[in-house]
Design a protein around this ligand. Sequence first.
Ligand code: NAG
Length: 392
Amino acid sequence: MASTTRTILFVKIIAFCVWSTLAATNEDVGLNVYEIINKYGYDYELHPVTTDDGYILELQRIIPRGETGTNRPPVLLMHGLLSSSADWVNTGTHSLAFKLVDLGFDVFLGNARGTTSSRKHVTLDPDQDAVEFFNFTWHEIGYYDLPAMIDYILEITGAEQTQYVGFSQGTTVFFAMASSRPEYNAKIKLMTALAPVAEMHNFKNPIIKLAAKFEGVIEFALKAWKMHELLRYGKIFEVLGEELCDDGKPTQELCKILLFAIAGYDREQLDGAFIPVITSNAPGGVSVGQLTHYLQIINGDGVMRRYNDGKSADLPEAYDLSLISAPVALYYGENDWLSSEKDVEHLADTMQNCVRRRLNSLKAMNHIDFQWAIDVVELVFNDAIELIVEYK
Ligand SMILES: *[C@@H]1O[C@H](CO)[C@@H](O)[C@H](O)[C@H]1NC(C)=O
């Protein structure tokens, strides 16, 4: 009897899940990066790239359907914290990646170590050897992953330079590379920074600022609980995104408030039905160190410094941002709770060759709007593309 009841309940739950999947408002819910690329009419190639410290990364190259020979100028797109390359294509026809392919670029999507498709190493197993595998912050992504991907791209395309576009952490890792391995500046034709994050003297988010005060405790606790990797990709986020955040769900407002509490409040440019598309591939996994490295800077003197492993009483070495000599274009907003306009403007003055600083005209422009705003093409991409094409 009890087992029949349980079976009926189980069938009901499955039926509900199937129904709600079919009921998703946005038809891209549930698609991974490869499926999105195909759906919008492109092909892709997967290129494994091994870093000097043994991580095996997946570089995804988008190709116009049916095209073989390339000889197109390369551009590398690098995603933000907690996310993966899917974020460059999940806005479909609004996607910057597809627009660049259409304009004749050889588009490569990078995936940082530890994320969904770059959770591999030549000797370490991310599950068995989690302590060693996840012993990195965004510094290593900048110091090892970017140079490995850039060198690989230059090698297979025969180009002398590549363009680079980063969103959020995708800009931090670039600044880390360009200041700690300055010889890489010469390999960059143009770097386009969307919602850049480097120095954090004027960090706005009050919740994260408070959390940053407990950075040491948080790190100790997580590691004591053997949590070295956080928010690894899982189907559960897609289901939650859909059940809680889709149009018509009474809890959609909570989802929006949660995003605003991280990124800044902008009711007009966030499409609730798009949240399940985001959670179909994000979060995509981070190391504890990636988070605590940011928290250390927020809670410290705001200067972008190396990771503090607690072994020395002195502040860690600062990144010398004046060594960044590649041409850089900066796109930033006033209402971005994770990147303050004052810090971005200071960065622009510190670097050697800032070629464009564009404070967004939309007052409410928040962090995630630089990737996902309803009008992201008009608000950000059109201007960025104009410059990218100029540097072609
Ligand atoms: C990496 O491991 C070393 C040695 O245990 C430790 O001191 C350091 O804090 C770790 N770094 C990160 C980012 O976890």
